[in-house]
Write a protein that binds this ligand. Structure first.
Ligand code: VGL
Ligand code: ZN
Length: 197
């Protein structure tokens, strides 16, 4: 059975938002149409507490987009974004959220970031999505959303490694593209057999 995973289509990742992705809002109409074709629909929502450890503002002397070493590995430091309960964390107003069977929130633990919808950035702490999808009978996963080179690609790579047949609809994704991160993400996805369409 097929599932569509709509990744982080939230105001802060759209033009005008705190971590705006160029043309992030342009994918919304296409995602609304794509939803109709999938029997299982999951949305993810980046959902950080104030002062989250992935925010540059939590690390004196660091600026947004600097790198830092966290106990679980290197981490990009971001502008404050997707803070729980804020308008920036809300889904884009034109995104049709009604079809969502399940909304997965991630990044809520103060000390660890979570790009992937399956595991936090230590690659070990599960979000519970794998169990949900398996118990629903999902075998094929299609990913759309923001951003291609962070939350979408990390999710798709984990999905492929977990044994799901995995596709990313690049036309329904947009990238941040930090220092070649877009090309790197495409290579990472291809390396584990993710289909890019
Ligand atoms: C994301 C950076 C920080 C994403 C989330 O959704 O791709 N990127 N938090
Ligand atoms: Zn985030």
């Amino acid at each position: 059975m097929d599932a569509l995973i709509v990744t982080d289509v939230q105001n802060d990742f759209c033009p005008g938002g705190a971590l705006a992705v160029t043309d992030g809002d342009k994918i919304v109409p296409g995602i609304n149409r794509a939803l109709q074709a999938f029997p299982i629909r999951v949305f993810t929502q980046d959902w950080h507490p104030a002062g989250h450890s992935s925010f540059a503002s939590a690390h004196p002397g660091y600026a947004p987009f600097d790198m830092i070493d966290m106990p679980y590995g290197p981490q990009v430091l971001w502008p404050d974004h997707c803070m729980q309960g804020t308008d920036g964390a809300a889904f884009h107003a034109d995104l049709n959220v009604d079809p969502a069977d399940m909304i997965v929130r991630k990044g809520f633990r103060p000390d660890i970031d979570s790009y992937s919808a399956f595991f936090e950035n230590d690659h070990q702490t599960p979000t519970g999505l794998e169990g949900y999808l398996r118990s629903r009978g999902a075998t094929r996963l299609t990913f759309v959303g923001l951003a291609t080179d962070f939350c979408v690609s990390w999710s798709a790579v984990d999905a492929a490694k977990l044994g799901f047949e995995t596709e990313v609809r690049l036309d329904l994704c947009r990238a941040i593209d930090l220092d070649g991160s877009y090309e790197a993400a495409l290579a990472d996805m291809r390396a584990v057999g993710v289909r890019l369409s």
